[in-house]
Design a protein around this ligand. Structure first.
Ligand SMILES: Nc1ncnc2c1ncn2[C@@H]1O[C@H](COP(=O)(O)OP(=O)(O)O)[C@@H](O)[C@H]1O
Ligand SMILES: [Mg+2]
Length: 251
C-alpha cells in the first residue's frame, strides 16, 4: 500500500512489520496515517496485531521493518521528541495508586514542566473528563477502569498532547461508561487531536471512527472512511474479511 501521509498527518505507519524473537510475524507491512482531528480505529480479533502496532508507536518495542512516526519523528529513532507529542491512555500505565486523582494530575503536570496550574484548574479538567467531584481526592487505587482512563485523558489534556493512543479503551466498560468515554474522545477529536485506538467492538468502532482499519493476522486488510461505510453492514464486512472472502489490501 502507498504511504498515505499528508502534511496533516500526526501518526503515520510506513510499511511496519514486526517479527518477535520467537519467529511470530505479528505485523506484516502495515501502512496508514491518522490526521489531526481524526479518530482512527483498528478493528481486529485477538492476536491480529493491534497492541503490537500501538506499542511500536509508543516505542515500547521496535519494528523489524518500516517505521512509525509521530508528528514527523520516527518513534524508534527520536523517541523523546515523538513522546512529547503523544499520550497513552490506559488503565494500567502511569498513574500512581497511592496518589489521589488531583495529586496525580499535579505530579504529571509538574513532570511535564507545567507549574502554572492551580487546584481549581485540575478540578475543572477532572470535571470536564467526567470524574465526579467526590472522587477527586480519593486514591486512584480504588478507581474503576473508566475512572482511571478519565484521569489518563485529563493528563493528556494537561500535556496538550497532539496525539492520543488507546488500546481497547471501551472493553470492560459498562454501556453508559463506554458511551461517555466515546463522547469524550469525540470532543478531543473536535479540538484537533489525532486519536488512534484499537477495539474488537464493531458497534463502537462504527459509532466513533472517522476511519476504520481491519487487521487480520498482522495485515491491514481493509481501510475505509466513515462515509464509505455509512450505509454498509460493518459486521458483515468484518466477518467476510476474517473468512478471507474480500481479499487483502496488501496482496
Ligand atoms: N512479546 C511477544 N512475543 C512473541 N509474540 C508476541 C508477543 N506479543 C504479541 N505476540 C504475538 O503477536 C501476535 C499479535 O499480537 P497482539 O499485537 O497482541 O494482537 P492484538 O492486540 O490484536 O490481540 C499474536 O500472535 C501474539 O501472540
Ligand atoms: Mg491487544
Amino acid at each position: 500500500m502507498e504511504n498515505t501521509a499528508t502534511n496533516n498527518s500526526m501518526l503515520t505507519a510506513v510499511n511496519l512489520s514486526k517479527k518477535y524473537e520467537d519467529g511470530v510475524l505479528a505485523l506484516d507491512n502495515v501502512s496508514f496515517s491518522v490526521n489531526k482531528g481524526e479518530i482512527f480505529t483498528i478493528l481486529g480479533a485477538n492476536g491480529a496485531g493491534k497492541t503490537t502496532t500501538i506499542n511500536i508507536f509508543l516505542n515500547f518495542i521496535e519494528p523489524t521493518e518500516g517505521e512509525a512516526l509521530i508528528g514527523g519523528f520516527v518513534t524508534h529513532k527520536e523517541p523523546l521528541k515523538a513522546k512529547q507529542k503523544v499520550a497513552f491512555v490506559s488503565e494500567n500505565v502511569m498513574l500512581y495508586n497511592n496518589f489521589s486523582a488531583l495529586q496525580n494530575l499535579d505530579y504529571f503536570a509538574k513532570l511535564g514542566g507545567n507549574t502554572s496550574l492551580t487546584k481549581d484548574d485540575y478540578k475543572n479538567i477532572l470535571l470536564r473528563v467526567g470524574l465526579q467531584e467526590e472522587a477527586h481526592n480519593k486514591k486512584i487505587k480504588g478507581f474503576s477502569k473508566g475512572m482511571r482512563q478519565k484521569c489518563g485523558i485529563a493528563i493528556a489534556i494537561i500535556k496538550n498532547a497532539e496525539a492520543i493512543l488507546l488500546d481497547e479503551p471501551t472493553s470492560g466498560l459498562d454501556p453508559k461508561a463506554g458511551f461517555e468515554f466515546i463522547s469524550l474522545l469525540k470532543s478531543l477529536r473536535d479540538e484537533g487531536k489525532a486519536i488512534l485506538m484499537s477495539t474488537h467492538d464493531i458497534f463502537r468502532a462504527k459509532e466513533i471512527s472517522d476511519t476504520i482499519g481491519i487487521m487480520n493476522k498482522g495485515k491491514l486488510v481493509m481501510l475505509k472512511k466513515q462515509d464509505e461505510l455509512k450505509d454498509q453492514n460493518l459486521e458483515q464486512i468484518y466477518l467476510d474479511y476474517m473468512a478471507g472472502h474480500n481479499g487483502e489490501l496488501n496482496a
